[in-house]
Design a protein around this ligand. Structure first.
Ligand code: SAM
Length: 271
C-alpha cells in the first residue's frame, strides 16, 4: 500500500487535499490495513462492499486477497482514481455515488469492510442492517464502538446498542490510534467485527418505538418515561412478571428483557 509520501503525491496529482466534510482521514498504516482484512476473514471469491474507499488502501488489500470488491465513493476524484487498482479479471466495481442515496440491495455482497466516514456512521449502520449480510468489519469512532458493544446495566448502553445487537452479534474489536491516519483525526478509532444473526421473532417497529421513548428520558424509571404510552400499573405488572425491579431504568434491561417486556404488554397498547 501507499506510504505517507506516496499518498501526498497522489493527492497532489489529483489536485486535491483531504476534505473534512467527507470525513477524509486516510489509513497510512500497512499493519492496520492487513489486520482489518484478516479480521474480516476474506477468502478468495468473497464479494465485499466497501463504503468510502478514498485513495484505496483497503481496496487494494481486499483485491490482493482475491475478493470481488464493490466500492462506493462519493468524492468523484477518488472514485475515478480507483480504476488504477482494477485487476485483469475485473474484480473491482466502483460506484461514484453517495452511499446514503443508493440502494445496497442491488449489490451482490456478503461482507462489508470499510473505514467509514464517521459523520454518517449511524445512518449507514441503519442502512446496512436493512440489507442481508454475513459480516461487517468497520472502522468507527472508538466512542461509537463502545456504545455498539455495550452490555445492559452500563453507562454506555443505549438504544443504538440494542439496535445493533438486535441485528448482529458483536464478535471482536480493536483500537486504532490517530497516528495511523493522514490527516490525524481528533478522536480515537476502533475496528468492530459483527456477524449477522437470526433476527428475534418480534416486530421491530413497536419494540424500538418503545425503546426510543424510554431512552429519551434515560434517567427516569420506565414507569415514568413510558407513562404516555402505557398505564403505570400495566408497566409495573409487566416488570414484576419478568422479575425486574419496579424502579427499572431503560439501560437496566437487556435486549431479551426488552423483547419479553414488549410481549408482556397487551398488544393494543404497543401499536
Ligand atoms: N477507505 C479509505 C481509507 O481507509 O484510507 C478512506 C476512508 S475515509 C475515513 C472515508 C471515505 O468515505 C472518504 O474517501 C470519503 O470521501 C468517503 N465518503 C464520505 N461520505 C461518503 C458518502 N456519503 N458516500 C460514499 N463515500 C463517502
Amino acid at each position: 500500500m501507499m506510504n505517507l509520501s506516496e499518498l501526498i503525491q497522489l493527492l497532489e496529482t489529483l489536485g486535491t487535499s483531504p476534505k473534512k466534510g467527507l470525513s477524509q482521514n486516510f489509513l497510512i498504516d500497512k499493519n492496520i490495513v492487513k489486520k482489518i482484512v484478516q479480521t474480516a476473514n476474506i477468502q478468495p471469491g468473497d464479494s465485499v462492499l466497501e463504503i468510502g474507499p478514498g485513495p484505496g488502501a483497503l481496496t487494494k488489500e481486499l483485491l490482493d486477497a482475491k475478493a470481488n470488491v464493490f466500492a462506493i465513493e462519493k468524492d468523484p476524484l477518488f472514485a475515478k482514481a480507483l480504476y488504477r487498482l482494477q485487476t485483469p479479471d475485473q474484480r473491482l466495481t466502483v460506484y461514484a455515488k453517495d452511499a446514503l442515496e443508493m440502494s445496497f440491495h442491488q449489490i451482490p455482497f456478503q461482507k462489508v469492510v470499510a473505514n467509514l466516514p464517521y459523520h454518517i456512521t449511524t445512518p449507514l449502520l441503519e442502512k446496512l442492517f436493512q440489507t442481508p449480510f454475513q459480516t461487517l468489519t468497520l472502522m468507527v469512532q472508538k466512542e461509537v464502538a463502545v456504545r455498539l458493544f455495550a452490555k445492559s446495566g452500563t453507562k454506555d448502553f443505549g438504544s443504538i446498542s440494542l439496535f445493533t445487537q438486535f441485528h448482529a452479534t458483536p464478535k471482536s474489536h480493536f483500537i486504532v490510534s490517530p497516528n495511523c491516519f493522514y490527516p490525524k483525526p481528533s478522536v480515537d478509532s476502533a475496528v468492530i467485527h459483527l456477524e449477522s444473526r437470526t433476527l428475534p421473532n418480534v416486530d421491530e417497529k413497536p419494540l424500538f418505538d418503545l425503546i426510543h421513548t424510554a431512552f429519551q428520558k434515560r434517567r427516569k424509571m420506565l414507569t415514568t418515561s413510558l407513562q404516555a404510552l402505557i398505564p403505570k400499573d400495566t408497566i409495573q405488572e409487566a416488570l414484576s412478571k419478568l422479575s425486574l425491579r419496579l424502579d427499572a431504568r431503560p439501560e437496566m434491561l437487556s435486549l431479551n428483557e426488552w423483547i419479553s417486556f414488549l410481549q408482556t404488554i397487551p398488544q393494543k397498547l404497543c401499536q
